[in-house]
Design a protein around this ligand. Structure first.
Ligand code: 5GP
Length: 190
């Protein structure tokens, strides 16, 4: 998506060869008009697939997921980062390895909101190593729902996320794909 690539060039910051900051328009301050366009673009790509729910991981996936769900006219479900020491019969739970924070956290989903009848589109802001998405898919599959694919705003294609998801049979659709980064340098791939 050219508009997103231009915005990343203009307002994004490549901190080093691994980390891109997009705080001013995606995950701290949010540009609502751009977010709506991006949600619509992801929705249009997956529109014919019979999606019943859009799911995301809190918190930076919420804005793109909400806009995608709005465009598809289906509910959005937030997979919650919650420590859940007690076994809860009403929840599915799994553990995620966080790329940015270099820690583990627990992801939970209420059994009420995704069921075996659902066909779920997963949406997130970034795809890097694919750990977050893999955990989200694991969690959603516990409900016996099916997965339509993963829509992300930014894929860092030099990291193994896409391959990891492909090997699990998951289609990835990314609005901007970064092939290479260095401090203050970003190279996109088509
Ligand atoms: P993964 O599990 O694919 O390695 O990482 C996914 C999550 O890490 C994303 O949901 C995003 O929140 C965060 N993340 C990964 N790489 C970046 C990055 O370069 N910049 C920012 N702001 N977040 C990132």
């Amino acid at each position: 998506m050219k508009l997103l690539e231009e915005k990343i060039r203009q307002d994004g910051k490549a901190v080093n060869e691994h980390i891109l900051k997009v705080d001013s328009f995606i995950n701290h301050q949010v540009d609502p008009a751009l977010m709506q366009d991006m949600g619509r673009e992801i929705a249009d790509h997956f529109r014919s697939r019979g999606i019943t729910k859009v799911a995301t991981i809190e918190s930076s996936g919420i804005s793109p997921a909400l806009m995608t769900a709005f465009a598809l006219e289906v509910p959005m479900v937030i997979l919650k980062k919650q420590p859940s020491k007690i076994l809860n019969q009403d929840l599915y739970q799994t553990v995620v390895t966080s790329f940015t924070k270099e820690t583990n956290y627990e992801l939970t989903l209420s059994k009420k909101y995704i069921t075996a009848e659902d066909h779920v589109l997963l949406v997130d802001d970034f795809l890097a190593n694919g750990e977050a998405a893999t955990a989200a898919i694991r969690l959603i599959r516990m409900s016996h729902a099916t997965i339509a694919g993963l829509g992300v705003l930014i894929e860092k294609s030099f990291q193994p996320g896409r391959e990891k998801l492909k090997s699990q049979g998951i289609e990835v659709y990314a609005l901007a794909r970064i092939g290479k980064m260095a401090e203050n340098y970003i190279e996109f791939i088509d």
